[in-house]
Design a protein around this ligand. Sequence first.
Ligand SMILES: C[S@@+](CC[C@H](N)C(=O)[O-])C[C@H]1O[C@@H](n2cnc3c(N)ncnc32)[C@H](O)[C@@H]1O
Length: 190
Amino acid sequence: MALDYNFPGWIFEEEMRWLEHICRLAPTGYDQLEIGPFAGRSTQVLAEVNTSTNIYCIDPWPAYTKDEDLPHGGRSTLLGRKFQSQDIFKIFQKNIQQRYKNVQAIRGTFPENKGNLKNLGLIFVEIDPTLELFEAAWDLLIPGGIFTGRLFCMQFPDIVETTRALSNIKKSWIHQPPGTSLFYLQKEYK
Ligand SMILES: C[S@@+](CC[C@H](N)C(=O)[O-])C[C@H]1O[C@@H](n2cnc3c(N)ncnc32)[C@H](O)[C@@H]1O
């Protein structure tokens, strides 16, 4: 896989390699969605594995002018500060859209701007979660579809709680690759 570990962003190299395995579990032939790709560091993993269908990437790509605006409410401030005053959408277009023609950008927030998305084979999320948002994403998956994300760890109790709540409601196990903050659930085949 031609992953460029120099892309700006948060996902660790080990997690990128595990994410590749998770992406390979997704049913083939269905569109995919990333919610909150930022500059595309994680997107390239999805795009390297899935070259045959559309990968929609939804993000408002806001301007970051103060710490509180940064991803994770400024909890990743040190890395985030590097991006203040930069046009992240431009970086995303250059890094990802010029390289992977099947990646489609939707500039806006999820779920408000999900449009006609449906029958997805995989969804990757890395955003501040709510159960409503996770359920809205889950509903877009086909049976056998993969719901995956990161920051399932002690430092992000809101993500752990929300993912557990989703798991309980949807009666679907949470799987976690060892030594990573990645998680995934697979929607039951009918
Ligand atoms: C921590 S970054 C993602 C990092 C990326 N996965 C990486 O590997 O570097 C979170 C992103 O989620 C976006 N975001 C936050 N809430 C969102 C929402 N409701 N819908 C879509 N994107 C959202 C932010 O704009 C930000 O770009």
